[in-house]
Design a protein around this ligand. Structure first.
Ligand code: ADP
Ligand code: MG
Length: 241
C-alpha cells in the first residue's frame, strides 16, 4: 500500500537567530489509505504546525510533504491551493464556517472555487451533508445550529468531492463528550469505508483510542508511537463494571 501522506525530515522554524522558535525539528510520518493516526503531545509541542504543514496551510522550512504523491513544497501558490481544494480536508476546533453562507453553501464552496457549476457543487454538498447525517439542515445558517451540527458541516466540507487526506486539529475541543465521540466515529468511518488517510490531533486518550496508531510529539520531535490505545469502555466492561 502506498502512503497518502508522507512527511520526511520536516522542520519548521519561526524567526531567526536567538529568537528562532523550532516548532518542528525533523519529523517523519507516513499515513496510509484507510489509516487514522492520532497525534498527542503537550501544548506547544508542534501538533498544529505538523497539521498545517501537512495540509499546505503553512510552508515547511525544510523537508518534504507528499500528499497523494505530490510534494507540496514544490508546488506554487495556485498549485497548492488547487491540491488543497481537491485532495485535502481540514477540520478545526472552532469549525471555521462562513456565517453568511448556509450549510450547503459552506460545503459547496471548495468545489465552486475549483470551478464546479453551482448546481453540481450543491448536489455534491447535499450528498456530503447526507453522509454526516444532517442533509435536513442544508439551508440553515451556522448561527442557527448546535456545536455538534456545525462540526458535522465542517466535516462535510472536508470530505466533499474526492478528498484523500483528512486533517483534524482538536475537532472535539469545543464539543461535549457525547457529541465529540460521534464526530470521531465519523472520522473513523471515512477512513474505514472511503479509503481516506486521517490525522487527528487530540489531548484526550479516549479520543485517541479511535485511531490505529498514536504518535507523540514533544518539543517538535516525534518521541514515540504506540499501536491502538485500549478502549476504556471495553476494558471496564471486561472487568464487569
Ligand atoms: P501545539 O499545536 O502542539 O500546541 P503549535 O504547533 O501551535 O503547537 O506550536 C509549536 C511551537 O511553535 C510553539 O512554541 C509556538 O509558540 C510556536 N509557533 C507556532 N506558530 C508560530 C508563529 N506564527 N510564530 C512564532 N512561533 C510560532
Ligand atoms: Mg495546537
Amino acid at each position: 500500500m502506498s502512503a497518502i501522506l508522507d512527511i520526511r525530515a520536516l522542520t519548521r522554524t519561526h524567526g531567526q537567530g536567538e529568537q528562532a522558535v523550532h516548532a518542528l525539528r525533523g519529523v517523519d510520518l507516513s499515513v496510509e489509505a484507510g489509516e487514522l493516526v492520532a497525534v498527542m503531545g503537550p501544548s506547544g509541542s508542534g501538533k498544529s504546525t505538523l497539521l498545517t504543514c501537512a495540509g499546505g496551510l503553512d510552508r515547511p522550512t525544510s523537508g518534504e510533504v507528499l500528499v497523494d504523491g505530490n510534494d507540496l513544497t514544490k508546488l506554487d501558490r495556485n498549485g497548492l491551493a488547487a491540491l488543497r481544494r481537491r485532495r485535502i480536508g481540514y477540520v478545526f476546533q472552532d469549525f471555521n464556517l462562513i456565517p453568511a453562507l448556509t450549510a450547503a453553501e459552506n460545503v459547496a464552496l471548495p468545489l465552486e472555487l475549483d470551478g464546479a457549476r453551482a448546481r453540481t457543487a450543491r448536489r455534491h454538498a447535499v450528498t456530503a451533508l447526507q453522509e454526516v447525517g444532517i442533509d435536513d439542515l442544508a439551508d440553515r445558517f451556522p448561527d442557527d445550529m448546535s456545536g455538534g451540527q456545525r462540526q458535522r458541516v465542517a466535516i462535510a466540507r472536508a470530505i466533499v468531492g474526492e478528498r484523500r487526506l483528512l486533517l483534524a486539529d482538536e475537532p472535539t475541543g469545543a464539543l461535549d463528550s457525547e457529541t465529540g465521540e460521534a464526530v470521531l466515529q465519523l472520522l473513523r468511518d471515512r477512513c474505514d469505508h472511503h479509503g481516506i488517510a486521517g490525522v487527528l490531533v487530540t489531548h484526550d486518550a479516549r479520543h485517541a483510542a479511535w485511531a490505529d496508531r498514536v504518535v507523540y510529539l514533544r518539543d517538535g520531535c516525534l518521541i514515540g508511537q504506540s499501536g491502538p490505545l485500549p478502549d476504556a469502555d471495553a476494558l471496564l466492561q471486561e472487568a464487569g463494571q
